[in-house]
Design a protein around this ligand. Structure first.
Ligand code: SPV
Ligand code: MN
Length: 624
């Protein structure tokens, strides 16, 4: 590096100067120079790949009280401000050259947005340390992976990042001018509990021209940990430009007959069963949130770009989630966020243990019955309370797949949402376009606590990326259609719904998804039959009876099957028309979308004419 530039900041760097001097990277110099000048930190810490540095970040997070120790000394807890508990949709914006509107996306004119956020950021690190971290999304030397540099003044954010991602200092050292995405974060002024104070000035802005994400006056990891959701906004754009897929998906291996493993990805909106699906005991976990998929020799190959899990803790209990339960009770490093802490132990809603009536939580000192400023009773832990752990702690981890440079070949893609009355529990699309359009691009989900706003409202959430979308939705879908054209081997596509009700109660147990996965695995290899309906293929009763016995040791009744798999024709038509109207309003929607939706509508209308409104799966059976 040019010594002049670094010499300017000699005092700030101390011994860490040597660490930067060894890296040859023009863009890195410019980047760091600009933001030291803007933030005016009092100190700089350069993160290498050493264990010692990682431990230093954790110690500093403890020293600065961004985290605190629990009884198990490998575990810490962190609180975000009471009003900073989730991703902030309102103040998240994509910078566009002239502030051009994009469907479903908050945008702001690039110059104005940059001016605004930099003004808020000015001088925010006075008296603080700026951490410079080097990371990789995906295995370091994988052709599918991308590199990133994070600037932050939060030891909690940097510490989380070292748990969730691979550090890449040596990579930058060994390779000249590595291209990288940029993440710029300041938690802003803190209150006495060390949480971000200036919530009205919270901003999360994305510059896709320069692959830079900015966030300020927030600590919640979904807004701040650059490589997580900030990176996702940038990589959706990059994938579109370059013709691959950057998706909000888990990656897992499902064990089939004779030792076979079939890899699946799955896209679900937050809190709709994504994590619990890839954590099903007996199957293989690769990742729970973010996937890059590219074509190699006509085959779809995918990697999990993360190295850890930032998971929802609400409702995690020993019986339903034994794998997660074990990890967060082991000596593995864990950060608990926004849980209740009492006598050095973490507690959360639905953990299946007696929860103390007092302690400390995201609202400060907490007692049972405590109300917030709005008069709402405060639960012991926030619904979006989370745990942060390395993947290495999971005994069901498929380490080979996680570290695979080439990625693993994907046999199937699953799309799901929270839907009380329309989709059956599992359904296979007829082909790629039918699947990505009538399943993926048609996801609707009843809203949850993972982002701020009202819960329980049915919301359109194509591919479960709507909260992260940074490009025009029509072009995004066109990229999917084109991706399909380039594939020689197509993964099968499935729609699932774990939340179907009879109007009052859920029709499935939480554990039933293990059966749907086995059925999906067999379908991918054409080893089980299916029934053809207007919306795709659904399982045959006798196959499910067998699978329920094998997988869950449970009897599966005809009544249950009929209640779960009857085709709810009017609801499906209504949904089809809702989705059609949405795409009709988007100028760039590819024609394939309308064709697939129209065909499905016709099939449903025919069925209604011939068989009525609620059609038993046994009716279709008769046709086979
Ligand atoms: C999600 O809500 O989809 C998450 C957590 O994975 S966050 O980092 O907030 O996006
Ligand atoms: Mn997610």
């Amino acid at each position: 590096m040019i010594n002049d530039f670094l010499d300017k900041y000699k005092k700030l760097f101390g011994n860490d100067m040597e660490r930067l001097k060894k890296i040859e990277n023009r863009n890195l110099e410019k980047f760091i120079d600009e933001f030291i000048d803007l933030f005016k930190p009092s100190k700089i810490f350069v993160l290498t790949d050493s264990e010692e540095d990682r431990r230093f970040l954790r110690e500093m997070a403890l020293k600065e009280r961004e985290e605190n120790l629990l009884l198990n000394k490998n575990h810490t807890y962190h609180f975000d401000n009471y009003y900073d508990q989730a991703r902030d949709k309102e103040n998240t914006r994509i910078l566009t050259p002239n502030g051009e509107k994009l469907p479903f996306i908050n945008t702001v004119k690039r110059d104005e947005g940059l001016r605004e956020i930099k003004e808020i950021m000015r001088g925010q690190m006075k008296g603080r340390t700026m951490i410079i971290g080097f990371f990789s999304l995906g295995p370091l030397d994988s052709p599918l992976s991308l590199k990133a540099v994070q600037l932050t003044d939060s030891f909690y954010v940097a510490h989380s990042e070292t748990i969730l991602y691979r550090t890449a200092y040596n990579y930058f050292l060994e390779n000249e001018n590595v291209p990288f995405m940029k993440f710029v974060h300041s938690q802003g002024e803190l209150d006495e509990r060390m949480t971000s104070k200036n919530i009205p000035k919270r901003r999360i802005y994305f510059d896709l021209e320069d692959y830079t994400a900015y966030s300020v006056n927030t600590q919640y990891a979904g807004n701040t940990v650059g490589l997580k959701k900030p990176a996702f906004r940038l990589t959706i754009g990059k994938a579109l430009r370059e013709g691959w897929l950057s998706e909000h998906m888990f990656l897992m291996g499902v064990n089939g007959p004779k030792g076979r493993t079939t890899y699946l990805t799955g896209a679900f909106p937050s809190m709709c069963g994504k994590t619990s699906t890839c954590m099903i005991p007996g199957e293989k976990l690769v990742g729970d949130d973010l996937v890059f998929m590219r074509i190699n020799d006509g085959k779809p190959l995918a990697i999990n770009i993360e190295n850890g899990v930032f998971g929802i803790i609400d409702g995690i209990n020993e019986k339903d989630d034994p794998i997660i339960w074990n990890v967060i009770h082991s000596d593995e490093e864990v950060i608990f966020s926004n849980v209740l802490v009492s006598n050095g132990k973490p507690y959360w809603n639905g953990m299946g243990e007696q929860i103390p009536e007092g302690g400390e939580n995201h609202s400060g000192v907490w007692w049972k019955g405590k109300k917030d400023k709005e008069g709402k009773e405060i639960p012991p832990s926030h619904k979006n309370a989370r745990f942060t752990v390395p993947l290495s702690g999971f005994k069901n981890l498929d380490k080979g797949a996680l570290d695979s440079k080439e990625g693993v070949e994907i046999g199937g893609i699953i799309y799901g949402g929270r839907d009380s009355d329309t989709w059956p529990p599992v359904c296979e699309a007829f082909n790629w376009n039918h699947g990505i359009i009538n399943k993926g691009a048609s996801i609707e989900s009843e809203t949850t606590a993972a982002s701020l706003g009202k819960e329980g409202v049915r919301t359109f959430n194509a591919m479960s990326i709507m909260e992260f979308l940074s490009v025009d939705l029509g072009s995004y879908l066109k990229n999917y259609v084109e991706f399909g054209k380039k594939l020689k081997v197509h993964p099968k596509i499935f729609g699932v719904n774990y939340f179907l009700t009879d109007g009052k109660k859920f029709l499935n147990e939480k554990t039933d998804k293990a059966v749907w996965l086995k059925w999906i695995e067999l379908r991918i290899h054409n080893e089980v039959g299916a029934i053809k309906t207007p919306i795709g293929f659904i399982p045959k009763y006798e196959n499910l009876v067998k699978l329920f016995r094998e997988v869950l040791n449970k009897e599966y009744s005809k009544d249950d099957y009929e209640a779960q798999f009857s085709i709810r024709v009017p609801k499906l038509i209504e949904k089809n028309e809702r989705i059609y109207r949405i795409y009709k309003d988007i100028k760039t929607t590819p024609t394939e979308v309308f064709e697939e939706l129209e065909r499905e509508r016709e099939r449903l209308m025919d069925l209604k004419k011939n068989k009525g409104e609620l059609v038993s799966p046994f009716y279709f059976n008769d046709l086979n």
